[in-house]
Each structure stands twice: as structure tokens, then as C-alpha cells.
Ligand binder design. Structure first.
Ligand SMILES: NC(=O)c1ccc[n+]([C@@H]2O[C@H](COP(=O)([O-])OP(=O)(O)OC[C@H]3O[C@@H](n4cnc5c(N)ncnc54)[C@H](OP(=O)(O)O)[C@@H]3O)[C@@H](O)[C@H]2O)c1
Length: 255
């Protein structure tokens, strides 16, 4: 059975990845901070799909938490989904700088270190994949969040290029997944009022996962699910990033 390690696997997109991969027959390593919730998710996935589901409680904003994930990845997995992420409650200057640094740790340092730990065993076996969940916010000026996701896109492209020339890289893929708005716990946790966002801008979790995994199989390096967001990201190349950022902020308020 192939094995997938998913970070942020207890809610939103990570939970959708877990359900989809379990139904595809993957054994799972599920990572998040809330150990009770993790255990419940692991049990439910095991009971429903008959796969092995291992709970790995870890906080990816800590050196110890990242270290635990690295250790498990060095044993070898077939797919790593670097999905854990969050938004801070407020704009750059209104948020304690420590919280912005925690975001960089989870969105950038953890993604870097987990990818670094996962790829060597994949290259040895000549197959595997890393999906780094970024965001369409990577293509606009959207504070530290957008900047961290722009890093994820750039880093994923660089990692894909870096492994391309290596022996065994033929069937090893690295991809950045850039969803638009998805109904998850994300906005509530960040205290964002999203009532101004029109319905057509919202994507279903399962759709994002389906399109992402299909793009991974096809060897796409930057996946942007849905025609509407492909168009927005395409157009953003011709419009100043600050203008795209102003537009994308217009329907969003913090409580
Ligand atoms: N929702 C959207 O509109 C949207 C759009 C574009 C991109 N994204 C990206 O998609 C990814 C998933 O977000 P989501 O919307 O599914 O959010 P979500 O519903 O809030 O789920 C976040 C998950 O990450 C875990 N997590 C948070 N901080 C963590 C930490 N320090 N260490 C380990 N696990 C942690 C949470 O569990 P615990 O709290 O138990 O740790 C939870 O399982 C994020 O990277 C986000 O930036 C979301």
C-alpha cells in the first residue's frame, strides 16, 4: 500500500486530502496539533476505508514538531501533502510580529524541512510526490500570508527543477497547489468576515483536491484549480500585484 503524510489533516483541505487518498487505498500519516481530534480522524478513516491511519501529533511552529515529522518522512512515504496553514487575525502592522514569524515557520520553514526530508527516499525508490499547498494569494500583495505563499510557489518550482536532473527523478514530482477561497475552518479561525465574497468565488474542498491530484499526475508544477481562478491568476500577470491585492482584499474584513 502506498503511504501519504498529510499535515493539517484534521480539518478543511487536509481532511479532504485524507478522505480522498484513503478512498484511493493510501495508508495515512495524519499530522496536526490537536491529538484527540487526530485520533478520531484516524479511527474514522480506518473504519470507513480499511486503510492504516497513523496519528502524528505535532506543532509545525516548533522545532520539535517539525523534527518529529522529518523523522517519520525519512522512513519513506509515497506522497507528502504540506497543507497545514493559517491566517493571522489582522493586517501586518496590527498583528504581533511573533505571530507573523510563527506563520513563516509553519508556511515556509516546515514546508522546506519536510520536503527536504521526504525527497531523498522518493528519489531512491524512483517515485513519489510532494504537494505544497500555497494559495492564489501568492499572486497578489496580501501581507505576510501572500508573501509566504509566494515563497511556497517559488520554492516548489525550484525543488521540481532541482530534482529533474537527478537519477531516479523520473516519477518524483513536486507541485504547488494554489486554491482560491474554500469553505473550511480557515477564515473563522482567523476571525475573518467573508460575507462580502460572492458565491462563484468559493470552491468545494473535494474539487480542489481532485484537480490538484490530477495535476500532480500530469506533472503540472503550479496547479490552480478551477477556470475562474486560472483566469484570475492569468490576468494577474498583466496587472500590478498591488492592484490585484486591493481587489482580493475588498470582500474580506476581520471581526
Ligand atoms: N480555505 C481557503 O480559502 C484557502 C485558500 C487558499 C489556500 N489555503 C491553504 O490551505 C491550507 C489548509 O487550510 P484550510 O483552509 O483547510 O484550513 P483549516 O480548515 O483551518 O485547517 C487547518 C489545519 O492545519 C492544522 N494546523 C494549523 N496550524 C498548525 C500547526 N502549527 N502545526 C500543525 N498543524 C497545524 C489544523 O489542525 P490543529 O489546529 O489541530 O493543528 C488543521 O488540521 C493552508 O495552507 C491554507 O493557507 C486555504
Amino acid at each position: 500500500m502506498p503511504t501519504a503524510l498529510i499535515t493539517g489533516a484534521t480539518a478543511g483541505l487536509g481532511a479532504a486530502f485524507a478522505r480522498r487518498l484513503a478512498s484511493d487505498g493510501f495508508d495515512l500519516v495524519l499530522l496536526a496539533r490537536d491529538a484527540k481530534r487526530l485520533d478520531a480522524c484516524a479511527r474514522e478513516l480506518h473504519d470507513r476505508y480499511g486503510v492504516r491511519a497513523e496519528a502524528l501529533p505535532a506543532d509545525l511552529s516548533t522545532d520539535e514538531g517539525i523534527g518529529r515529522a522529518e523523522e517519520r518522512l525519512r522512513e519513506g512515504v509515497d506522497l507528502l501533502v504540506n497543507n497545514a496553514g493559517f491566517g493571522n487575525r489582522g493586517a501586518f502592522l496590527d498583528v504581533p510580529v511573533e505571530d507573523e514569524l510563527v506563520m513563516l515557520r509553519v508556511h515556509c520553514e516546515a514546508v522546506l524541512r519536510l520536503t527536504h526530508a521526504a525527497l531523498p527516499p522518493m528519489l531512491e525508490r524512483g517515485r513519489g510526490g510532494v504537494v505544497n499547498v500555497a494559495s492564489v494569494a501568492a499572486f497578489a500583495t496580501r501581507g505576510t500570508y501572500g508573501a509566504s505563499k509566494a515563497w511556497v510557489v517559488s520554492f516548489s518550482q525550484a525543488a521540481a527543477a532541482e530534482i529533474a536532473g537527478r537519477p531516479g527523478a523520473g516519477r518524483v514530482r513536486v507541485m504547488a497547489l494554489c486554491p482560491g477561497f474554500v469553505h473550511t475552518e480557515f477564515h473563522e479561525r482567523a476571525g475573518m468576515d467573508m460575507s462580502g465574497i460572492p458565491e462563484f468565488m468559493w470552491l468545494g474542498q473535494d474539487r480542489v483536491v481532485d484537480e490538484g491530484l490530477r495535476d500532480l499526475r500530469r506533472g503540472v508544477e503550479v496547479s490552480v484549480p478551477s477556470p475562474q481562478y486560472k483566469a484570475i491568476v492569468g490576468l494577474s500577470r498583466f496587472v500590478p500585484a498591488s492592484l490585484v491585492g486591493r481587489f482580493s482584499r475588498s470582500g474580506r474584513r476581520w471581526d
